[in-house]
Design a protein around this ligand. Structure first.
Ligand code: PLP
Length: 374
């Protein structure tokens, strides 16, 4: 059985008619950029998140960039974050002229280690970007407490964690600003690119609103140089159709993770830490294996897709390599990166597909037992 990593066509089969109707509405309106659809989408998203402000932009990277700038982070500042993330987290820090300082991940998990975060704070530290990697909420109580003690801004990269929540508190609402990506394969994505900043802070909201539209405060009044980070109406219209499905899609991912847990019990792979109920929405289902390359090749030979998120941590990328962050500087991150493997995960994956992945892993285990015995 071939098992794809994600299946966008299967997911959108159920929403196609609604999407087409929304696109027709936009075409008929004759307004295509940051108009009525964007405004309505922002209101709906803010209401769903119970937050006063939601500002749509055209990517998750733009959301992070504007959140940092609106928090007053700039040249000469340091921002602590993790290195096992998509490069965009670090790029946003560079885009405001600040310096990323990488902290290691928590023992046994993949998110920021609060102790190493505290250890990396200097007199120049201005903010922390916490990434809720793979959909699992980071240790926000401790991280926010440490940040507040040092007067630091807290920006959440919730680009992989739409709808993830601990004790009713959603990823993106713990700090000063929460940033989302609507890249198509996210837990809810659009049919192109999109992003969003949420915040309860009126000043941050006003600055993001202005910066995303050329620093405009009023029509033809530009109070500072900004950007063209506006969301197109077609994307907002699509998101108004798709976001209401998020809860059901997350529930399907959580159910698939439970199937994996059952099916993979007793195999050689190390399963992801669960977290509290609802605290992990499994944007990615990431296991660990000491013979990752062989396992990935074997799964491929059985028609099972897999991927690595991410094969090179940001501090070892050519763009960010520095003496401060050389090989060996983040031991837990570097150990994890050698072993991580993302298995097929999406809301419409079936129990049969999960069972096929597990059967291939058991076959791999059996072959290796024979090799060891021979
Ligand atoms: C953790 C993380 N941060 C930031 C981004 C950037 O989002 P975008 O691709 O919409 O710019 C992504 C997604 O690609 C991501 O996974």
């Amino acid at each position: 059985m071939n098992v794809p990593f994600v299946d966008m066509a299967r997911l959108h089969a159920g929403t196609k008619a609604e999407l087409l109707a929304a696109f027709e509405r936009v075409l008929d309106s004759g307004a295509f950029v940051q108009g009525h659809e964007v405004e309505a989408f922002e209101h709906e998203f803010a209401a769903a998140y119970g937050t006063p402000h939601a500002l749509a932009v055209n990517s998750g990277t733009a959301a992070l960039h504007l959140a940092l700038q609106a928090c007053g982070v700039g040249p000469g500042d340091e921002v602590v974050t993790v290195a096992n993330t998509f490069i965009a987290t670090a790029e946003a820090i560079s885009l405001v002229g600040a310096t990323p300082v990488f902290a290691d991940i928590e023992p046994g998990g993949f998110n920021l280690d609060p102790d190493d975060f505290a250890a990396k704070i200097t007199s120049r530290t201005r903010a922390v970007i916490v990434v809720h990697l793979y959909g699992r909420v980071a240790q926000m109580d401790r991280i926010v407490a440490i940040a507040r003690e040092h007067g630091l801004r807290v920006i959440e990269d919730a680009c992989q964690a739409h709808g993830s929540a601990v004790d009713g508190r959603r990823a993106g609402t713990f700090g000063d600003a929460g940033c989302f990506s609507f890249y198509p394969t996210k837990n809810v994505g659009t049919v192109g690119e999109g992003g969003l900043v949420i915040t309860a802070d009126d000043a941050i909201a006003a600055r993001v609103a202005s910066l995303r539209n050329h620093g405009q405060a009023d029509r033809h009044v530009h109070v500072e140089p900004g950007y063209n980070y506006r969301m197109p109406e077609l994307q907002a219209a699509a998101l108004r159709v798709l976001v209401p499905h998020l809860e059901a899609w997350n529930a399907a991912r959580i159910r698939a993770a439970a199937w994996y847990r059952e099916e993979l019990a007793g195999t050689s792979v190390a399963l992801p830490v669960e977290g509290t109920a609802g605290g992990h929405v499994y944007h990615l289902y990431v296991v660990r294996h000491s013979r990752r390359a062989e396992l990935q090749q074997f799964l491929g030979s059985r028609g099972i897709a897999s991927a690595i998120h991410y094969p090179t941590p940001v501090h070892l990328q050519p763009a960010y390599a520095s003496e401060r962050h050389g090989p060996g500087s983040l031991p837990r991150t570097e150990a994890a990166v050698r072993e991580i493997l993302s298995l097929p995960m999406h809301p419409s994956i079936t129990r049969e597909e999960v069972a096929a992945v597990a059967a291939a892993i058991r076959e791999f285990d059996a072959q290796h037992r024979q090799e060891v015995a021979a």
